[in-house]
Design a protein around this ligand. Sequence first.
Ligand SMILES: NC(=O)c1ccc[n+]([C@@H]2O[C@H](COP(=O)([O-])OP(=O)(O)OC[C@H]3O[C@@H](n4cnc5c(N)ncnc54)[C@H](OP(=O)(O)O)[C@@H]3O)[C@@H](O)[C@H]2O)c1
Length: 253
Amino acid sequence: MVKLAGQYALVTGGGSGLGAAIALALAEHGADVLITGRQTGPLDDLAAENDRISSQVADVTDGAAMAEVFAALDADERAPDIVVANAGAADSEPFSKTESALWDAMLAVNLTGVFNTFRPAVAPMVRRKSGRLIAIASTAGLKGYPYVTAYCAAKHGVIGLVRSLALELSRSSITVNAVCPGFSDTPLLDRSIETIMEKTGKTREAAIESLAVSNPLGRLIEPREVADAVLWLAGAETGAITGQAISVSGGET
Ligand SMILES: NC(=O)c1ccc[n+]([C@@H]2O[C@H](COP(=O)([O-])OP(=O)(O)OC[C@H]3O[C@@H](n4cnc5c(N)ncnc54)[C@H](OP(=O)(O)O)[C@@H]3O)[C@@H](O)[C@H]2O)c1
């Protein structure tokens, strides 16, 4: 069992989907967890489920806002030991219809958001010579998918960031890894399923099947399965695992 008592964790996009499952798993294993996101409702609802979870509104695309969150935690001697850069979005368009606004938005939340989250987390970790930086990338960081060039480019960028930062921080006993889920049962995927139904006329079941078929297990990944990979990486026994992109996809990648 992973023991995280006395540790502080921060999970971006912690109010729903994978982030909520990760926050609950960390809290159940004894960590005090701060979840962030843009909307108070889902954050407050999750915080109400577990006394170890607290919440704060912060947009990962706003570097100054993220720096303020970390500075306040550090001043309060609660600088996170475990940081999970999970916030993301997956808007889709054919490449020829991808406007620069969509391109910029996908890079801002999925790639720059990870930079804005890790950047202020590093100094206190270097000071303490320990820490766990974990990015929720995607199988879209390891292979291509049609109609999501901006999302795929951003997620490939996250894996580059992780591999490079892992080398830079290796002598500080800080590990940096990416978890790469395949299609997972979350609100983000619900929105993708609705888009497929709208654009192809498929039923909901057929739209889900069209995504699940890419997973050799023939099903969607459960949020808890992603959370378990994060828990493992957050634990003390994974000090030699760094710079990795760990696929949680039933063998898709
Ligand atoms: N579901 C999948 O199939 C799948 C597969 C591979 C990877 N992923 C990745 O897993 C991560 C979590 O996705 P999910 O499936 O759990 O989706 P989700 O339920 O839509 O969760 C995304 C979270 O990110 C937050 N968020 C979005 N933009 C933000 C911003 N600018 N600043 C701060 N928070 C922001 C959202 O909260 P607010 O709206 O309140 O800000 C929400 O809580 C994403 O990085 C996604 O790319 C998902």
